[in-house]
Write a protein that binds this ligand. Structure first.
Ligand SMILES: Nc1nc(O)c(N)c(N[C@@H]2O[C@H](COP(=O)(O)O)[C@@H](O)[C@H]2O)n1
Ligand SMILES: [Zn+2]
Length: 350
């Protein structure tokens, strides 16, 4: 059974779907504060009425001003209103990509404007209405759901994550291609005005949660979060890519081979995997949702730099993240440098 999304007030859950949600739409150098402003203004040929509506403080005021001039609505309005609505709802989402991510993230849910006041655009409150606005929203969703970056991940929900360094906002995403669950930990208020300090951290249960000294992951995770808090803002993408993409159990198999003398690349390959199975293309979807286009990337791994660059993210700076070298991971770090191109200072892997 396909679940339903019933929306109405812009401040309620799924309120972004409402025409009364503020969403600047620029048309011929005119900025309409909401789709409601534009839709109501198109009822009139009188430019002074259009301007009154354009300059209305709120979408509600735009609606009310339109009702004040009900006797001057143009004769063909009932014939053209459907096309006007479809145009402006499409433009709302084309120009406000955060809303587009939210719309596409509703998946295949049936969308209804739950309005007892309107049985044409809404469902009439009892489901007897035509729900024409809901139909347009589902058509617009279908269009953008096929387009990058909206087709890469679906946002599910977010919550606070208090840590020893500071409180992050944790966003949960589902990768469309694989169904994998990925996180974005956001600290402060990253803005497109300057490069955002970020880390692409591939999940390493042993290092991140079990204090392993076989690798540098847990040490890098801690330092990256500390760096972000010290800077005042930034993002850590926590990616479901355990074992360089081979998974936890296969990583244990790889460790076993390493216990018998193989290096970390040889072990992967003896198990029938490439040295590194990870793909990062979906990260563009998470960064787009967060409105991040240029980054300072904390990594030693050239593949992560290339992956972001290849997917349209401007990596303006690489910030080294050399942490946790110890006798147990000395060989691992040396192999990452020699065979996987990791950029370490000579002193770090002596
Ligand atoms: N396949 C595999 N073999 C090993 O020996 C490993 N230590 C790992 N660890 C995984 O590597 C990723 C972190 O490496 P980067 O620094 O991001 O390149 C992460 O997925 C670990 O689980 N994997
Ligand atoms: Zn690790």
């Amino acid at each position: 059974m396909v679940e339903e999304i019933k929306f109405y007030e812009p401040e309620d859950n799924h309120g972004f779907l409402s025409n009364f949600a503020l969403s600047p739409i620029t048309l011929s150098d005119v900025v309409w504060p909401s789709s409601e402003h534009y839709y109501q203004a198109q009822k009139f040929t009188d430019l002074s009425i259009q301007n009154k509506i354009l300059n209305a403080e709120t979408p509600d005021d735009a609606f009310k001003i339109s009702r004040d001039f009900a006797d001057q609505v143009k004769d063909d309005w009932m014939e053209v209103r459907g096309a006007v609505m479809r145009f402006i709802v499409f433009e709302k989402f084309r120009q406000n990509t955060y809303f587009t991510h939210l719309l596409v993230s509703t998946g295949d849910h049936f969308i209804k404007e739950h309005s007892h006041k309107d049985d044409y655009w809404g469902d009439g409150g009892d489901g007897s209405g035509r729900n024409e606005l809901g139909k347009i929203l589902m058509d617009v969703r279908e269009y953008f759901a096929k387009k990058e970056p909206f087709n890469l991940v679906h946002f599910v929900d977010s919550a606070k994550l208090p840590t020893q360094w500071g409180t992050f906002q944790m966003y949960g995403f589902i990768e469309v291609k694989t169904g994998k669950e990925h996180l974005a930990l956001v600290y402060g208020q990253p803005t497109p005005d300057e490069p955002t300090l970020i880390r692409l951290h591939s999940e390493c249960l042993t290092g991140d949660a079990l204090f392993s000294q076989r690798c540098d992951c847990g040490f890098q995770l801690a330092r990256a979060m500390e760096n972000i808090v010290k800077k005042g803002s930034g993002v850590l993408l926590y990616l479901k890519q355990e074992g360089r993409g081979i998974g936890l159990i296969n990583k244990i198999r790889a460790y076993h081979l390493q216990d018998e003398g193989a290096d970390t690349v040889e072990a992967n390959e003896r198990l029938g995997f490439a040295a590194d199975m990870r793909d990062y293309a979906f990260c563009r979807g998470m960064l787009s949702f967060l409105n991040i286009e240029s980054v300072s990337l904390m990594t030693n791994n050239p593949r992560k730099i290339n992956a972001l660059t290849d997917n349209g993210i401007n990596v303006v700076e690489r910030v080294t993240l050399q942490e946790g070298n110890n006798p147990f991971n000395e060989g691992y770090l040396k192999t990452k440098s020699a065979k996987l191109g990791h950029m370490f200072d000579a002193e770090f892997i002596k």
